[in-house]
Ligand binder design. Structure first.
Ligand code: ADP
Length: 901
């Protein structure tokens, strides 16, 4: 099968030309791709060189630490081989371009030339054949024309000859033309015959020799070209073969180098070079300097257990123990799994399949590593990595467990040591203030330079000193109190319970000369409620008397009392004992509902206290506190049950005010109650008024009778001032109050305030609404809820509840309170009196009133105000406090007015 016989047709000729064209294009593609390949290889070679350079540099940088490392050595030789690899690839790329690509270009040229020759050769013989065919057709046309001309000439001759029948010139002419046409016809006939013969010969040659010869030749050329093409491609791919011997040699060298690594010998040289002693323990020491400036109770490295931290510590223990249990559970699981995985190097089959399966799947979830999970699925024996990993997890969990256990111990021990003892106060303000006071005294006893008095330090110290005074003053036992209005036998009775003699389980108590049986302690009442159990009847039960008051009552070692406290909404009964300082023990309740400290349990608290008292045993081993003397309630600590509330007569800030009957004294009293819903802090503030009032005894100051803290609601009991508030009185009696009475009212208030000023008490809320009208219209100052006992009081906790229209500018602007602020308020009160309960700065809101006062405006004199009194009011409203009169001057002025008018 060859070109010559099969490709003679026209379409085959055209296909052959097309095919050659396609081959040329393919060749061009190959040439471009091989060039590209060479380029890629060169780039790859360059990248490999860079890899090798970096690899070698990296190894070089670490060569000190890696000295003697077989891995590093293998790496270096591998990097060198990579360099060789790069070099080889670069050489091959050059060769590919130099040889294969160039040869392919040449082959391309040859092929293009051969195609041209074929095309030209074919065109040439085809045009020769066409030419001859054209000649035949033309000759045939001439033949036809000549034949026609001959026929015409012959017909004319015959016609002429027949018609004329005689020779003549005309006949000769016709005959001559006839002969010429005949000759021409014959000549053309011969030419036509010869031409046909030539064409026939050429046509045979064309088909049998020329065209086959041309195709044959083309086939030979093409096939030779393909052979060359093949060999070029073979060369190209051999050159760029990465699995050739040379490459294999390089890879072999790399592998051999790496095979020289011996894990067990790897660190020998390193160990020789860097061998050290085992790590010595590091100690973390509490930096004592942290506590140098703190005079409090914090001890280095000791957990502070006090009322500030006790709840936190208890919660922390619970939290830590929960964490510990969780860790222990996880540890147990992991240890089981570890044991199972260890034994599973022998098939896992012998382990309870479901159990292991669940643990394993759980473990598998945790692990993303397919290899490890496949091990756990039991498809193969566990890898050492799995075992090590599990072992590590177990170690981590153990470590965490130990840490948590230790932390729990660190907290639990001091909590256990504390036992039932109430946590001590974390911040002993009075103690630190004591230090501060002594510091002040030390400093002030030194000779002062005149300008030191104005210094900030001096001011701070004076302020601190006042603060200390403030803290110490409340509930001082003062002689004035002992002379107070109450003198009932019950309240005056002072029960001194000493450690009595034990007589057949009966305890006797000294009653200031005699003894009384107090075995009533055996009373068995409800265990839940101190009141139901009769505890409240005990003289040494002080109800919810605040801790600070309790501490003040316990003066000697062994002094004790029982009280109640509410902590986290839970009522606790507390035994407070003075034993080298105040100690507070929370009565513990057993699950059976009995009571105890550290010793035996008792069905009620009274029995427990009785036992502690008569046994002479320490309440707790840690404290060593022994009960020696029961401290009874003070006369002002009234029993709630002795106060019978009657009608509500007013409403105060903390709760309602009632008219009440005090049973033991058989007198009517006024009782301020404290709402149950108020928080502890507010309840303390409520009692503040009682603390202040109980020290004062003056006809123009409402009298304090006592507080009821035995149970809720806590109450302040005061003398009943029947006329109610001065403001209401003024408004209700406006038309009927004579001028003299108004002046007397002002004098009464001035008298009360003169007394308070002498006691360094700043009322801070002096106003008609806070004064009460008593018998014979005597006015008494009341509502000491905002009062402070000091010369100057600086407010720092906001001014939300300030009665703006009654308050002096320096108090509003700087929070600075002195008795001279009360003087300002007194001026407003006097104005209210003469305005018969009018509203000061009426029509102005607080802000506007402040602005007007600051701009110099003052209330105008109410109608009928004596000019002297209005002058006094204006003096009370001097912007500069120093320019205002003090209360003794005010009293003198008003008193004089009372006498003269
Ligand atoms: P708080 O100080 O809680 O605001 P107040 O002292 O203003 O309470 O008392 C509220 C009202 O109760 C007074 O306006 C007055 O009517 C009445 N009140 C207060 N104390 C007495 C008292 N000792 N005698 C008669 N009524 C009183």
């Amino acid at each position: 099968m060859g070109f010559s016989t099969n490709l003679q047709g026209k379409s085959a000729h055209e296909a052959l030309l097309g095919r050659q064209e396609a081959e040329l294009r393919l060749m061009e593609t190959m040439r471009r791709c091989l060039t590209l390949r060479a380029k890629c290889d060169r780039e790859y070679a360059a990248a490999l060189t860079s890899v090798s350079t970096q690899g070698l540099r990296g190894a070089l940088e670490q060569q000190d630490l890696l000295a003697g490392s077989l891995v590093a050595q293998a790496w270096r030789s591998a990097m060198e081989e990579i360099e060789n690899l790069g070099r080889l690839i670069r050489q091959n790329a050059d060769q590919l371009e130099e040889e294969a690509v160039k040869q392919l270009s040449k082959l391309q040229m040859d092929k293009r030339k051969a195609r041209k020759e074929y095309r030209d050769g074919h065109a040439k013989i085809a045009s020769m054949f066409a030419q001859l065919s054209e000649d035949v057709a033309r000759k045939k046309g001439e033949y036809y024309k000549s034949l026609e001309a001959y026929k015409v000439a012959r017909m004319r001759f015959e016609d002429h000859y027949v018609k004329s029948g005689r020779a003549g010139r005309k006949l000769d002419e016709v005959c001559d033309k006839y002969q010429k046409a005949c000759r021409k016809l014959h000549l053309i006939h011969n030419e036509y015959v010869l031409l046909l013969s030539e064409v026939r010969e050429f046509e045979h040659e064309y088909r049998t020799v020329l065209l086959p010869g041309l195709l044959d030749c083309q086939q030979t050329v093409l096939e030779a070209g393909v052979e060359k093409w093949q060999s070029i491609l073979l060369d190209a791919f051999r050159i760029s073969n990465f699995s050739s011997m040379k490459f294999q040699e390089i890879n072999g060298k790399m592998e051999n180098g790496i095979e020289t690594v011996q894990p067990t010998a790897e660190y020998n040289a390193f160990l020789d070079k860097y061998k050290t002693e085992p790590v010595s323990p590091v100690s973390f020491i509490f930096d004592q300097e942290l506590l140098e400036d703190i005079s409090g109770k914090l001890q280095p490295d000791v957990v502070a257990v006090d009322n500030l931290t006790i709840d936190w510590l208890r919660n922390k223990v619970v939290e830590l123990e929960a964490g510990l249990h969780e860790q222990q559970f996880m540890l147990k699981e992991k240890e089981t799994l570890l044991a199972q995985v260890k034994t599973s190097s022998s098939p896992l089959g012998h382990i309870c399949s479901s159990e292991v399966g669940s643990m394993q799947s759980q473990y598998s979830e945790e692990r993303t590593n397919e290899k490890q999970s496949s091990v756990l699925e039991g498809s193969s024996s566990p890898s050492s990595a799995t075992l090590l990993s599990l072992q590590r997890e177990v170690n981590d969990l153990k470590c965490c467990e130990r840490k948590l256990k230790h932390l729990v111990e660190v907290i639990k021990k001091p909590l256990a040591d504390l036992g039932c003892e109430e946590a001590p106060p974390g911040c002993d303000l009075s103690m630190s203030l004591n230090n501060l006071t002594s510091e002040i005294l030390d400093n002030t006893s030194e000779p002062q330079t005149p300008n030191l008095k104005g210094s900030q330090l001096f001011k701070d110290k004076i302020r601190a000193q006042r603060f200390v005074t403030l803290l110490r003053k409340p509930f001082h036992r003062k002689s004035s109190l002992t002379q107070s209005c109450l003198s009932t036998p019950m309240l005056e009775k002072r029960v001194i319970m000493r450690r009595g003699t034990c007589d057949g389980g009966r305890v006797v108590q000294d009653m200031g000369g005699g003894t009384r049986d107090i075995s009533g302690l055996e009373d068995s009442a409800s265990i839940e409620d101190n009141h139901k159990s009769g505890l409240a009847d005990e003289e040494w039960f002080h109800g919810c008397l605040p801790r600070e008051e309790v501490v003040r009552l316990l003066t000697q070692d062994g002094d004790f009392l029982v009280r109640e406290t509410i902590r986290n909404d839970e009522r606790q009964t507390v035994l407070s004992v003075n034993w080298c300082g105040p100690k507070h023990f929370i009565v513990q309740t057993t699950p059976e509902g009995h009571f105890r400290f550290e010793g035996p349990t008792f069905p009620d608290v009274k029995e427990l206290i009785n036992y502690q008292f008569q046994s002479g045993l320490a309440v707790t081993a840690r404290s060593g506190a022994i009960l020696r003397r029961a401290i009874p309630r003070e006369r002002w600590e009234l029993n709630n049950d002795d106060v019978i509330l009657d009608v509500k007569i007013g409403r105060g800030n903390f709760g309602d005010v009632y008219k009440a009957h005090l049973k033991p004294n058989n007198i009517d009293v006024a009782v301020k109650t404290c709402r149950l819903t108020l928080p502890e802090e507010q309840r303390r503030k409520f009692l503040q008024e009682g603390r202040i009032l109980k020290q004062y005894d003056h006809p123009n100051i409402v009298k304090f009778i006592g507080i009821c803290v035995q149970k809720q609601p806590i109450m302040i009991v005061m003398e009943l001032v029947p006329g109610g508030s001065l403001l209401t009185y003024l408004r209700n009696h406006a038309a009927f109050i004579p001028l003299k009475q108004l002046l007397h009212m002002c004098r009464d208030v001035a008298a009360g305030m003169r007394y308070l000023e002498s006691k360094n008490c700043i009322h801070r809320d002096l106003a008609a609404r806070n004064c009460l009208v008593g018998h014979e219209n005597i006015v008494k100052i009341s509502d000491f809820g905002m009062s402070r006992e000091e010369e100057e009081y600086i407010v720092s906790d906001g001014m939300k509840q300030i009665p703006i229209k009654w308050t002096a500018p320096e108090a509003l602007n700087f929070g600075k309170y002195t008795s001279l602020c009360d003087v300002w308020s007194y001026g407003v009160l006097a104005w209210e009196v003469f305005a018969c309960g009018g509203i000061p700065y009426s029509g102005l809101n607080n802000t506007k009133a402040r602005e007007k006062i600051d701009s110099g405006y003052r209330l105008p004199a109410p109608e009928g105000t004596p000019p002297e009194l209005y002058q006094l009011m204006l003096r009370c409203w001097e912007y500069e406090p120093e320019k205002r009169p003090h209360f003794d001057e005010i009293y003198a002025i008003v008193d004089k007015l009372c006498l003269t008018l």
